[in-house]
Design a binder for this molecule. Structure first.
Ligand code: NAD
Length: 286
């Protein structure tokens, strides 16, 4: 069965699937199989990053699948150590080389630290010459996003931020809507923490629709027009996470889920100075 995945249109006219497959924390040796399984299941958006150290395996899976390039939507991200205008462009070339591609569909600044202004200017150049069809950011809280938009030419096409039923980001989404920045969720299942799959409200709504808790949590995001990129290495879960487009949550169910917002991340505090210092020193083999 081929699942029809809806698309959103980014602020530069590029169309992006509303649902994709993320490969964070999938070890390099498992990534090729996982991505091949995901493409077989019907995913066309693959989300990786130089920092995940599995771009080569993603590239091998893309080559093995033989799907026409224009049917795929490939995202990768630039890590902080490679920020700055010149080093960003070189790091982009290395990512493309590892992925075996000649262009990207979406290239993101992974974090809002270090010389992200210099890096953004490099991304603007890559966007202008067509090697990155769209460019965006990740983990940008509203203040930094507004600042970046104010002082640069190209408005980010997307901002990929932690978003799930426990951390809903409604004010972030309002700001992004005002500026035409597509909201993309990472950790849509809260990475499976916080007893996520036993949440009584989600369990109750899942029963009412004869669906899984994962499907309710993901449906809630896509119904808010937020792009989701859940991760699983299990083909049965990949298929389950795709199967969101033949049911709707009612207004009452959306309102019950809205009550679950804690307003803070259970995963990572981007405002904690110790975290900022730590992240700024993390090096990857990019
Ligand atoms: P996630 O919320 O997608 O959770 C993944 C975990 O949920 C898996 O380990 C799996 O055990 C479980 N799971 C998946 N489907 C399930 C199902 N149907 N039933 C039960 N359990 C299920 O977390 P994530 O992988 O961190 O986030 C998704 C993607 O977002 C990543 O793979 C990555 O591409 C991206 N991401 C980006 C950033 C960033 O800083 N930009 C950070 C984290 C993740």
């Amino acid at each position: 069965m081929t699942v029809k995945i809806p698309h959103v249109t980014l602020n530069n006219g590029v169309r992006m699937p509303l649902l994709g497959f993320g490969v964070y924390q999938i070890p390099e040796e498992q990534t090729q199989q996982a991505v091949e399984d995901a493409l077989e299941a019907g995913y066309r958006l693959i989300d990786t990053a130089a920092a995940y150290e599995n771009e080569r395996a993603v590239g091998r899976a893309i080559a093995a699948a033989g799907i026409p390039r224009d049917e795929l939507f490939i995202t990768t991200k630039l890590w902080i150590q490679d920020y700055g205008r010149d080093s960003a462009e070189r790091a982009f070339d290395r990512s493309l080389d590892r992925l075996g591609l000649d262009h990207l569909d979406l290239y993101l600044l992974h974090q809002p630290y270090g010389d992200y202004y210099g890096a953004w200017r490099a991304l603007e150049d890559l966007n202008r010459d067509g090697r990155a069809r769209a460019i965006g950011v990740s983990n940008f809280y509203p203040d930094r996003l507004a600042d970046l938009i104010t002082h640069n030419e190209v408005v980010p096409a997307a901002n990929q931020i932690e978003t799930h039923v426990l951390f809903q980001r409604t004010a972030d989404q309002d700001l992004m809507r005002r500026h035409g920045v597509q909201h993309e969720s990472w950790g849509p299942l809260a990475q499976g923490g916080q007893d996520f799959f036993d949440n009584p409200v989600l369990v109750d709504i899942a029963r009412a629709h004869d669906r899984s808790v994962a499907q309710i949590a993901l449906r809630w995001l896509v119904q808010r027009e937020i792009v989701v990129i859940p991760k699983s290495v299990r083909p049965a879960r990949m298929a389950e996470n795709l199967d969101l487009f033949d049911f709707r949550l009612t207004d009452d169910e959306m309102a019950r889920i809205a009550e679950l917002d804690t307003g803070r991340s259970p995963v990572f505090d981007h405002h904690d100075p110790d975290n900022v210092t730590w992240l700024g020193g993390v090096r990857f083999d990019t």
